[in-house]
Design a protein around this ligand. Sequence first.
Ligand code: DAH
Length: 343
Amino acid sequence: MKERILEEIGKVNDLKASEINDVENIRIQYLGKKGLLNDLFLEFKAAPSQEKKEIGLLLNELKIAVQDKIEALREAVVSEEESGVEKDDLTKPSTEFTLGSRHPLSIVRNEIIEIFSKVGYVVEEGPEIEDDWHVFSSLNFPPEHPARDMQDTFFVENREDGNNAVLRTHTSSVQVRVMETQKPPIRIIAPGRVFRNEAISARAHCIFHQIEGLYIDKNVSFADLKQNLLYFAKEMFGESTKIRLRPSYFPFTEPSAEMDISCNLCGGKGCNVCKQTGWLEIMGCGMVDPNVLEANGIDSKEYSGFAFGMGIERITMLKYNVKDLRLYFENDMRFLKQFTSVY
Ligand code: DAH
């Protein structure tokens, strides 16, 4: 019986029992609770007592031999696995390597930065917790001016001098930070997060993102503004994109305008997204009000400039046809996975 069993186990080895699991199965078959050896030990109990000594010795010998054989088999398999010679096919293609993707707002922000960088704008940043001066007063919002109500502000701290700490409601505050520290010519864009006390819905959120632009130099005109924005619109939405400027009002620009682009979904024919008008509003802009230049120490007789500001969520919605703002903030992988980009 011993010879037969050892031969059987040996055969398994010849068959290249290359998995450690196979060895374990063999062990269970012979040495497990319901294995052959156990059966023999049970039978042994019934053996006539005068034969017990001899049978017992043989049985133990058999058990040790089987144990040794299986252990040898296990070692052979392990060392084979470790050497990797038998198992690994080095010509196989590797397993898939999955990369994450950027958030759609980051993709679009980077794309906007890239577009303006090409024509000389540099990126500036300012604090998210601002003060009244940088968000309102220096931008020509008088204390009781109703324009302050245009933006529902989160107040952080009331201060005695009235220069209360607020979460910035727009990135226009970065215009002021830059004018304080730099001399013209100034040509900057400022991407960043802004905060407004708004109820969250498909179209509004209390946190969103803007990109601000500011250009100040000698002889900067409204024509320069138009040309810069037309360039941006074509780069962002395609060569055939048209723009139109509608008169508007902002305290810090005069004249002020709202810029529309021809609807990139219907090509201007009229659709749901552009509400059948053929146009989509994408940003506010205007010539920097001389009061703003003077409040920030820039001589408005020598210098002029233009500014513009747009919502990154809005641009992303138009670019990718996203219908609900809340999707940007829910981190649902099914949404986020759809965006791939070189940016
Ligand atoms: N700050 C404005 C807003 O949050 C957007 C804006 C309009 C920015 C006109 C500008 C500008 O720089 O010139 O709605």
